[in-house]
Design a protein around this ligand. Structure first.
Ligand code: HEM
Length: 148
């Protein structure tokens, strides 16, 4: 994938200046579980996810959100080789966790963009949105790579 200088800077500067891996990770994962409740089925070990309060207060959701955004951050640092940066995780999601890749495609990328949009408000310009939509598509591609 080719990035323009503007796209790279839109992704990296938002990441560095605005993203709080712990808080935004928790927010993104909480949204995933509430908006797409069927994604909870992969997380039976997390305990109570039955309502928004339970999700918000669940320490495993918190810890896992941070892990997930940590991986996204690693991809942000490797924009020219996102696939390589995600290779191990892709294998893990495919072969060990058996997560249907449909869940990457429209779910996690989508809630992440929504979290950023809500956080940035007017600063989430169409250019920034474009760069992040492209980045989340590349992310999903990288994560889906080991599925066959
Ligand atoms: C585990 C990242 C999407 C289900 C993980 C881990 C990371 C990660 C970093 C921890 C791996 C480890 O500790 O070795 C991501 C990223 C995603 C994504 C970057 C998309 C952008 C999803 C989706 C689902 C999912 C959409 C299911 C709906 C799981 C499960 C685990 C896991 C079940 C294991 C959780 C546990 O029991 O600790 N993921 N993930 N992931 N992921 Fe994902």
């Amino acid at each position: 994938v080719q990035w323009t200088a503007e796209e790279k800077s839109a992704i990296q500067s938002v990441w560095q200046k605005k993203v709080d891996v712990e808080q935004d990770g928790h927010e993104a994962l909480s949204r995933l579980f509430q908006v797409y409740p069927w994604t909870q089925r992969y997380f039976s070990s997390f305990g109570d996810l039955s309502n928004p309060t339970a999700i918000a207060g669940n320490p495993k959701v918190h810890a896992h959100g941070k892990k997930v955004l940590g991986a996204v951050g690693n991809a942000v640092q490797h924009l020219d080789n996102v696939k390589g940066a995600l290779q191990k995780l892709s294998i893990e999601h495919a072969n060990e966790l058996h997560v249907d890749p449909v869940n990457f495609r429209v779910r996690l990328g989508e809630v992440l963009v929504v979290v950023l949009a809500a956080k940035l408000g007017n600063a989430f310009t169409p250019q920034i949105q474009h760069a992040w939509e492209k980045f989340t598509a590349v992310l999903v591609d990288g994560l889906s790579h080991s599925y066959h």
